[in-house]
Design a protein around this ligand. Structure first.
Ligand code: HEC
Length: 133
């Protein structure tokens, strides 16, 4: 007897899919994987014990999220970057080119950067999205 293949999974209604662009949803998954152990992205709340909430980071002055969070923001503030899609992309690719690194720094400012252009672009698309998650 030939086995009948399982029915295809139901598709979500198209209007739900259309609301959030694919790259933003992909960016959200990348955020969960690489950033969410330290950061949140929520309309309220200060973040996690390890890092600030990044909601609204696009358009903010460097250091301002860290300041709200109560961390040591001086280095980022002195650096005077405005986090835009462009500066975030540069920083994700080569963090040390945007914010000088300190020794023994445990924040994400020392991570070595993300390799995949597309991952960076989608992550930034997610950060620029105002919906929170
Ligand atoms: C190991 C924990 C950790 C991880 C993982 C992490 N971060 Fe951070 N992040 C921090 C901390 C701590 C700070 C505070 C900055 C400092 O002390 O220099 C920070 C600061 C930031 C800032 C600056 C906020 C401001 O006010 O200027 C941005 C932007 C940022 N992180 C984005 C990200 C992104 C995007 C990811 C994922 C690719 C990520 N971080 C992963 C801990 C982390």
């Amino acid at each position: 007897m030939a086995a009948t293949p399982p029915p295809p999974p139901p598709r979500p209604p198209p209007e739900l899919v259309a609301e959030i662009p694919f790259n933003v949803r992909r960016g959200q998954a990348i955020f969960k994987k690489y950033c969410s152990q330290c950061h949140t992205f929520k309309t309220e709340g200060r973040g996690t014990i390890r890092g600030p909430n990044l909601f609204g980071v696009v358009g903010s002055n460097s250091g301002s999220k860290v300041k709200e969070w109560g961390g040591s923001f001086q280095r980022l503030e002195e650096f005077r970057v405005i986090w835009s899609k462009e500066t975030l992309l540069l920083w994700l690719r080569r963090p040390a080119d945007v914010v000088p690194q300190k020794r023994q720094d445990r924040s994400c400012m020392t991570f070595r950067g993300m390799d995949h252009e597309e991952d960076c672009a989608d992550l930034v698309a997610f950060l620029a999205n105002s919906q929170g998650c």
